[in-house]
Ligand binder design. Structure first.
Ligand code: 13P
Ligand code: 13P
Ligand code: MG
Ligand code: MG
Length: 369
């Protein structure tokens, strides 16, 4: 049976500032999805939040880019926005860039990660949701899961994994994409995805050579670029991703291992700073210090005929305490750099902030050397 898993998110207002989502917004979104479930159009759903981003996880048989499912998410965001406006939450409706829905969420502001798959005998999935960063923050962990044998011993031990994986990488500046195969094109892949604000891993597939797995996506990341869509900066594009595990794919523990190192990502305060990506529990998915540090939560589900059995809070427990400690040490270290690079992002990434206004003001006083 073909099932589509759709994870759609938007920031429609924060309590207080950019910190978290008011529970009434989640309740309102749940009402919309509950009625779709009762009518049989959705198989199942789970509503949550990370930081100020409202997250809608849905399963259905409508396929990817379904106007019904995207329209449903839009309706849930619109209704949550109405409450956000009434409560005067910060940035109410921030990510809803258009007035009317026209069949697809592409270019409308919300972030979308979805995959249509044939549900296996057992289908463990992990959904990862980040706040105060950008889609390229997924490059390093997704690479580690599917291509780094020091992270994923299955690449060495499991003969079914020796054929490797194919990475679909998007150039979000030039609007092009390329497929790169690992292990054979690993260096080429790293050459691109190390530039994480431009080249973003969109999907991962098992190798076409692999006779044991069908050529369906095994990981997908949202790549919607808000500042390109809107023509002006409206906040970093906090990303989400879905990863399938086990039986010829990385084991759940190999998937999670990729988050044991709190790597540096861009985002954080005013979408303008580098900082560590801290893995946290659902309870701790609430940025604070300097509007951060950037955070990621992981929720585990087993699909059962499309039903979402779970969630398991995957990154909250003790084994990630050390990653959190390192992230906090890094937070202090980075913060001490104040307004200096590389804590602050390089000039070309400040283009979408209010910084150019300051530079313009000073331009008049610049004289030739
Ligand atoms: P179990 O023996 O607990 O099923 O674990 C197998 C495994 O591969 C863990 O990574
Ligand atoms: P969000 O992108 O999560 O809304 O954060 C924006 C910001 O400016 C944080 O300081
Ligand atoms: Mg916000
Ligand atoms: Mg956010």
């Amino acid at each position: 049976m073909k099932i589509t898993v759709s994870l759609i998110k938007a920031d429609v207002g924060g309590l207080a500032g950019h910190s978290r989502v008011h529970p009434d917004l989640k309740a309102e979104a749940s009402l919309v999805l509950e009625s779709a479930k009762n009518s049989g159009k959705l198989i199942d759903y789970y509503v949550t939040s990370v930081g100020d981003d409202l997250q809608l996880l849905m399963t259905h048989k409508e396929g990817e880019n379904s106007s019904y499912v995207h329209g449903l998410a839009w309706e849930a965001f619109i209704r949550a926005t109405e409450i956000a406006k009434k409560y005067k939450l910060y940035g109410a409706g921030q990510d809803l860039l258009k007035d009317t829905f026209s069949g697809n969420l592409k270019g409308m502001g919300p972030g979308v990660a979805e995959m249509e798959i044939e549900e296996r005998k057992s289908e463990p999935i992990a959904v990862f949701m980040m706040d105060k960063t950008e889609p390229g923050a997924f490059n390093l962990p997704i690479y580690k899961m599917f291509a780094d044998p020091f992270n994923t011993p299955g690449l060495v031990i499991d003969p079914h994994m020796h054929d490797g994986f194919e990475f679909e990488v998007w150039d979000v500046i030039a609007h092009k994409k390329i497929i790169l195969k690992t292990p054979e094109e690993m260096y080429d892949l790293l050459a691109l995805i190390g530039s994480k604000s431009r080249y973003i891993i969109k999907r991962v597939y098992p190798s076409q050579k692999n006779p044991h797995l069908s050529h369906e996506p095994v990981a997908v990341v949202s790549t919607d670029k808000l500042h390109e869509i809107a023509g002006k900066y409206v906040g970093k594009d906090d990303p989400v991703g879905i990863v399938r595990g086990q039986a010829g794919l990385p084991a759940m523990g190999e998937i999670l291992e990729a988050f044991s190192f709190p790597h540096l990502v861009s985002g954080w305060m005013r979408g303008s700073h580098n900082g560590p990506l801290m893995p946290v529990s659902i309870e701790d998915a609430i940025p604070s210090r300097f509007d951060g540090p950037p955070r990621v939560i992981g929720l585990g589900f087993q699909l059962a005929e499309g039903k979402l059995i779970g969630p398991a809070d995957l990154l909250g427990e003790r084994a990630f305490d050390q990653a959190r400690e390192i992230a906090l040490t890094m937070t202090e270290f980075m913060r001490r750099n104040g307004p200096f690079e590389p804590h602050r992002l390089p000039d070309e990434e400040m283009e979408y902030t209010t910084m150019p206004e300051v530079q313009k003001k000073l331009q008049k006083r610049m004289v030739d050397l």
